[in-house]
Design a protein around this ligand. Structure first.
Ligand SMILES: [Zn+2]
Length: 462
């Protein structure tokens, strides 16, 4: 008789490339020649359909002269305060990256169709070395770097995919990265760009980190400049590059210069001061110890409604830095609506009988969190307050309109699971609005549906 003794668990070596920062890294089988040709054809068809052009490592709307369309005036007004930001270096890849503009939903405007995206094939040590390059260059600015865990979906974050090769997208084989955003002045905060790390020696932390910086910065609106010691030079140098704090002439060797009216604001024409623009977008770095302030203005805490009626949730959210994100959560039906468009008003319709918590949760880039919540009663009376206490409603204290200064302890794990499930949950979005079905907590009828009018309401997790 043969007896096998199996270990109860298999230890994973610290440098196992299939696991980075404790999380699984997606793998993708190499494309065959036919698939490469098909991706290329699909990518070119997408460019033709959008009237876009690929110029080197940038893709965007084409002008008649073969360059990029320029905005007629700077998108951002420089008398507005800078915004804090988070950049997520995604070493894990994606089960399904799809066309679109929202990093939290695993979307990129570089894609002509949905596809899995591979993660980083180097070791954790190699990843940490390039992260250090990235963090060092961003350290002067009000930007936070995430890499070991996806940020929560209500935090507005840009994403750089740290894996793969350009042929997966249908691009030519020579580029090390690509940005498909013409986001002059960093007006949109949820761009996804690519560093094709499988085309780079994983030991070359300088080139890996600089490529990620360069593509992320294209999505802020920075263009190519002439000096090979600068991050925004279109060609990979020997490393040891910097942003540059002077007006450096454009370099259009690989094609069009994007966002010229914005660069002109700083240099007067023909040149770009990368450091000055980054300071204008993000401000100087400093600790952020102030949590956001959240106040639900309507409905009132303890409000009663008839079954089937409608109510609009209205909230005010503010913070001492621009860049804060937030979402509406209705825990009894396991639903949430992330304010991707910074909406502060959520119309709810067809309320089923039950007791519901309407909670607005906000988060800043230092991950300071706040929430406010009210409880509503549909098809039933609110509990009558007793003489000696503020009422039976356990959330009464938080529903008074005063913003709570910090998140409850239970918010922490929720945030991370929201974030990591954001991609899959996002595909349940219905742009026409939806009647999502809740589970069956005791005080909510099974099959209860709350219609969030005109907006997509997402299940929190599968
Ligand atoms: Zn570039």
């Amino acid at each position: 008789m043969l007896t096998l003794v199996l270990p109860l668990c298999l230890a994973v070596a610290a440098d196992d490339p299939s696991l980075l920062f404790g999380q699984e890294v997606r793998r993708a089988a190499p494309l065959g020649a036919d698939e490469v040709a098909q991706r290329r054809a699909e990518f070119e068809a997408m460019l033709a359909e959008r009237n876009w052009v690929q110029l080197g490592d940038q893709v965007g709307p084409a002008s008649p002269d073969g360059g990029f369309v320029q905005p007629t005036e700077p998108v951002a007004a420089w008398n507005t305060p800078p915004h804090r930001a988070t950049i997520f270096l995604n070493f894990f890849g994606s089960d399904s990256l799809s066309p679109g503009t929202n990093s939290a939903l695993d979307e990129s405007s570089c894609l002509s169709g949905a596809m899995p995206w591979p993660g980083f094939s180097g070791t954790e040590q190699q990843a940490l070395a390039l992260i250090q390059v990235f963090e060092t260059q961003m350290a002067p600015y009000g930007v936070r770097i995430a890499y070991d865990e996806r940020p929560p979906s209500h935090l507005p974050y840009a994403m750089v995919m740290m894996g793969g090769t350009p042929d997966l997208l249908g691009l030519g084989g020579s580029v090390l990265g690509v940005s498909c955003s013409s986001d002059c002045g960093d007006f949109w905060w949820r761009d996804t760009t690519f560093a094709f790390t499988d085309n780079i020696n994983p030991n070359n932390a300088e080139v890996l980190g600089t490529t990620a910086l360069h593509e992320a910065a294209h999505a802020f609106g920075l263009a190519h400049i002439d000096d090979s010691t600068k991050i925004m030079n279109p060609f990979v140098g020997s490393g040891d590059v910097t942003w540059g704090d002077m007006c450096t002439p454009y370099n259009d060797a690989t094609g069009g210069i994007n966002c010229m009216p914005t660069h002109d604001e700083f240099c007067g024409g023909g040149a770009q001061n990368s450091h000055a623009e980054l300071l204008a977008y993000f401000g100087e770095n400093s600790p952020d110890i102030e949590p956001p302030v959240v106040e639900i203005l309507a409905p009132a805490d303890g409000a009663e409604f008839a079954v089937g009626s409608s109510v609009t949730v209205e909230a005010e959210v503010s913070d001492d830095h621009e860049g804060v994100g937030w979402k509406l959560v209705i825990p009894e039906v396991d639903q949430e609506a992330v304010a991707f468009s910074f909406e502060k008003s959520w119309p709810l319709g067809n309320l089923p009988a039950g007791v519901y918590t309407l909670r607005v949760e906000a988060i800043d880039h230092e991950r300071n969190e706040s929430a406010d919540e009210v409880t509503i009663y549909v098809g039933m009376d609110a509990p009558v307050p007793s003489d000696t206490s503020g009422g039976e409603g356990s959330s009464g204290g938080e529903g008074t309109g005063a913003a709570s200064g910090s998140a409850s302890a239970s918010d922490g794990p929720d945030e991370s699971s929201d974030g990591s499930s954001g991609d899959s949950a996002g595909q349940e979005d219905d742009p026409e609005g939806c009647a999502c079905r809740g589970g069956g907590p005791a005080d909510v009828p099974s099959g209860a549906a709350i219609v969030l009018l005109g907006l997509a309401l997402r299940r929190r997790r599968r």
